[in-house]
Ligand binder design. Structure first.
Ligand SMILES: [Fe+2]
Ligand SMILES: [Fe+2]
Length: 136
């Protein structure tokens, strides 16, 4: 099950950033597959934790790159990362408390898809372009 497919829109051209994204999208697709197969809440939970931890680690890496290269738009981009982590944790808390797992998991996938389709082509692409221009 491929919930989110990779295309050139999601490829920023920065090797580390793209590799991170590929790893995270792989787990999102595993979660989508688990939902289709009606796996247990424990399985969803485990995958969700992996997505959140992987995302946090990835955002930290992007934030470090921005600091290292004195990225002029770092403030907005970092704020967007903070917002996305907060929203994903809220969703996770909601999921933990929810009975309607199918509704929850679908909401979650929509959230992840939105993150994937909106944050990467705008914020991450701009960052990748900036970083590419810094190289000698
Ligand atoms: Fe990213
Ligand atoms: Fe980002």
């Amino acid at each position: 099950m491929v919930w989110i497919a990779l295309d050139e829109r999601q490829e920023t051209g920065h090797a580390m950033i793209d590799e991170d994204h590929l790893g995270i999208v792989g787990i999102i697709n595993q979660l989508a597959a688990a939902i289709i197969q009606h796996q247990s809440k424990e399985v969803y939970d485990q995958l969700l934790d992996q997505i959140i931890q992987g995302t946090k680690a990835h955002f930290a890496r992007e934030n470090r790159l921005m600091a290292e290269y004195h990225y002029p738009k770092a403030e907005q981009h970092v704020a967007e990362h903070v917002k996305l982590v907060r929203e994903s944790l809220e969703l996770k808390a909601w999921f933990d408390a929810a009975n309607a797992e199918s509704v929850m998991t679908v909401s979650l996938l929509h959230f992840l898809e939105e993150w994937w389709n909106q944050h990467i082509p705008s914020f991450d692409q701009e960052l990748a372009d900036f970083l590419a221009a810094q190289k000698p």
